[in-house]
Every structure is written in structure tokens, then in C-alpha cells.
Design a protein. Sequence first.
Length: 258
Amino acid sequence: MNDPITLHAHPNGVYTLTFNRPEAMNALNRAAMLQFADVIRQLETDAALRALIVTGAGEAAFCSGGDLVELRAQPTEADARAMIDLMGDALHALERLPVPVIAAINGYALGGGSEIALACDLRIVDEAARMGFVQINMALTPGWGAGQRLARLVGAPRALELLLDGQPLNAEGLLALGLANEVAPRGKALEAALRRAQAVAERPPQVVRAIKALLHAHRTLPYEAALQAERDLFPPLWAHPDHLQAVEAFFARQARKG
């Protein structure tokens, strides 16, 4: 049996995490949720990590959410609490990874799939992608953090509209709302994400991690504390050999011009 989650290492510290249940539209059963959480825990301690791409196997779906074939047999509040704690904690850890996380969205990202996509830092969608906060159609709200993330991304009034509407958005709609950073040709979202991730991997890793940290401070700290966190990140970078070399390279270029 294939693993429901796969992790592939590319050059330069770039990884691709793939939801690998294409026969079920990459829906997450309990085994997939547990493995997803485990993979994120592994990545938290990977010092070589430069960028992470999250995607789905095949072209039909990024992730269609929880696997209702299995979840229909888990109807109690205790069942729900166990599931949302597992995935809520995993997505919180995903968004706290110290490097950029890029969702390459092919096909459908519905319900829980849309929640995973929102926990990523950047979203590249192919032109056939459909992302939807469709929980209301199953008489539910988001449970893995998408409500809070969506409100921060598009504002509370628009988030309310999207959650009440419960309809998938196409690629152009996602781009217009700022929920997608790029629209790729059909079937090419992963290629576009890999190009972006490799470009990130070529940047100084301590600077990339500092940029991620200062934006995390924006999301999690009061304004004054976030300002201080940003200031504190700067001095070590100023004294780092990469910065000192960049300054010398700048003056060397100026000398050649002059």
C-alpha cells in the first residue's frame, strides 16, 4: 500500500509534501492525518530545510478535505475533538515552519483542503483549480483554523461572505481576492512552485528565515512587540558575512562602472 503522505527531497533543501490518495481525491483519512502531522514534526527539526511545497497527487485534487467514507463512522463530539486537535495542531505547526511554505494547488481544494492551503504562506493555483470553504454545505464551520486565517487574509466581512456562501472559487477569483499568488497553466502548478522554491533556496537562508519570522510576528504579536521583534532580527544579519560580502561586491561593481 502506498503511503497516504509522501515527502520528496529536491536539491538545495527544497521538499515536496504530497497528499497521495488520488483514488479518493486526496481526501484525508485518519492514517493520512497522523502521517501528515508526523512529517511536519520531522520538518520542524530539519536544519537543511529551505522551502516546502505542499501539493496533491494527480491532477484532479490538491486535497478534498476529510475522508467522509471513514469519518461518517465517527459521529461523536469526542471524535470531532480528536480530529480537529490533530489537524489544527499540525496546520499550526505548518504555518510556523521557519521557511516559506508554498501550496501548489491542482484541481480541487475543498473544505479541509482549503484549510491546508490557507495555512501555507503562498498559493500557486493551476487555471483549473477550485478552492472552496464548503463546510457550511455539511452543516459545519471550519475547524482547523481557516476561519481565522481567512479573516486575516481578506478581512472579516469578505470572510463571512465566503463562509456563508459555501461555493468554490475559480483561479481568477482566488487571484482577485489575494488568496492565490500566481495562476499557472493547467497541470503546471507544481512546476511553478518548484521554480519559486528553488529561487528562495538560492537566497541566504538566515535572511529567508528572518523574513518568515518577522511576518509571523505580525500575525501573532501586538504591534509594538512585532516592531521590536523585527528590530531584533536585523543586527545579526548586518554583521553576518553574507551582508559584509554583499557590501563589498556592491562597491566592486561601482568601481568597475566608474
